[in-house]
Design a protein around this ligand. Structure first.
Ligand code: NAD
Length: 361
């Protein structure tokens, strides 16, 4: 056995505990098969943490997360906490852990599984084979730049201001992550900006070009964001890895993910400079189906695969999980969110059991 990996598990709220249980079972089997020793430690976040401690991110949780090799999160939130003041809401816990771990790179894959190709709202021939990774800068750009706020002008009229700003070092570190990821994929990186209009984008482009000298094996291209948005729905197969700033990435990552047509299948990762990454499904806590064994656990399981690939550098173990997920779909087993005529409806737990059988066969 190698050095044990210390994993912090944050099941959170709603369907969180149901889907996390499946991911943990999968990791246990994978651990045995690949001789990976996992130490699982569970902590509170979101509504569950509010109930127990009054805080959406207790200090204890952040400390545990910081001292681990990776953090696997399910989802937070629910009707019960919707009317609390912002500082005490579950979502605040999520923002706080991202900030507390210094996670500046958000990875959002959009992979169209052949078996779910008809779940997309786009034509089969457009989306078949799509496999994109959007790398979004997460802690800079217009969401954080100063000055920001609503100010009163001399005439008494109000003026809303946000500032899109990036330092060279912020661009360099996200570009580095993106080049490294492109290297683990098909060696193509498309940087998306608005350099024809925005100075901040010109600096972005200059730095990305400069950085590309270190990655001669990665083919770099550039697109303006408006064109990128069009190309994503016109011919998405042209993309491998995309890197972009916070605002453009927010929009493009959602656009790309919808090429797949199914929210219950979408994992994500957030990485920092060093220290543990955070791996979580894109979807929320789905309070409408919580506790009913109806949740699709596959986004959570695929998040665990991302954790192995990008957080623990265990690509073979990640491959095995991803292949098992593809096999489940191939067998025709579906939770309600991805069910279609001619497939077999299964619950969350049953989906997990089928996955385990495939992994162990
Ligand atoms: P949601 O993603 O929870 O649900 C949207 C719809 O998709 C619902 O109909 C839900 O049943 C379905 N769905 C989501 N995940 C599913 C899965 N794994 N299997 C089957 N169906 C699934 O978004 P929402 O309803 O807007 O938000 C619900 C709560 O989740 C809110 O409190 C919100 O703040 C929170 N939220 C949390 C996160 C997160 O933890 N990262 C993200 C988004 C929303």
């Amino acid at each position: 056995m190698n050095q044990p990996y210390r994993l912090t598990l944050l099941p959170g709220d709603g369907i969180g505990p149901e889907i996390m249980a499946i991911a943990v079972d999968v990791l246990k089997v994978i651990g045995k098969q690949f001789k990976l020793d996992f130490i699982f430690q569970e902590a509170l976040i979101g509504g569950a943490a509010i109930e127990a401690t009054g805080q959406p991110l207790p200090e204890e949780t952040l400390t545990m997360a910081r001292n681990s090799d990776a953090v696997l999160l399910a989802a937070i939130g629910g009707y019960k906490w919707d009317n609390l003041p912002r500082q005490q809401r579950p979502e605040t816990g999520l923002l706080a852990i991202r900030e507390g771990l210094g996670l500046f790179a958000n990875l959002r894959p959009a992979t169209v599984f052949p078996q779910l190709v008809d779940a997309s709202s786009l034509k089969r021939e457009v989306v078949e084979g799509v496999d994109i990774m959007v790398v979004r800068e997460l802690t800079g750009g217009i969401y954080f730049g100063q000055p920001k706020g609503i100010f009163e002008t001399e005439t008494g009229e109000k003026r809303g201001v946000n500032t899109m700003a990036y330092r060279e070092s912020e661009i360099d570190r996200i570009a580095k992550v993106a080049f490294e990821i492109a290297r683990k994929r098909r060696h193509q990186l498309c940087s998306v900006d608005k350099a024809n209009v925005l100075d901040v984008s010109q600096l972005w482009r200059d730095r990305v070009v400069e950085m590309s000298a270190n990655y001669p094996d990665v083919e770099l291209s550039h697109l303006y964001v408006d064109n990128a948005a069009m190309q994503l729905v016109r011919a998405p197969k042209q993309f491998d890895t995309i890197v972009t700033g916070n605002l453009f990435g927010d929009i493009l990552s959602d656009e790309a993910s919808m090429l797949t047509g199914s929210i219950g299948m979408l994992p994500s990762a957030s990485l920092g400079a060093d220290g543990p990454g955070l791996f979580e499904p894109v979807h929320g806590s789905a309070p409408d189906i919580a506790g009913q064994d109806k949740a699709n656990p596959l986004a959570q399981v695929l998040s665990a695969a991302m954790m192995l690939r990008y957080g623990l550098n265990q690509p073979e173990a990640a491959d095995k999980i991803e292949q098992a997920v593809a096999q489940v779909l191939e067998n025709g087993d579906r939770t309600g969110d991805i069910f279609s005529f001619g497939t077999r409806l299964v619950g969350c737990r049953q989906m997990g059991d089928i996955l385990l059988q495939i992994l162990e066969s």
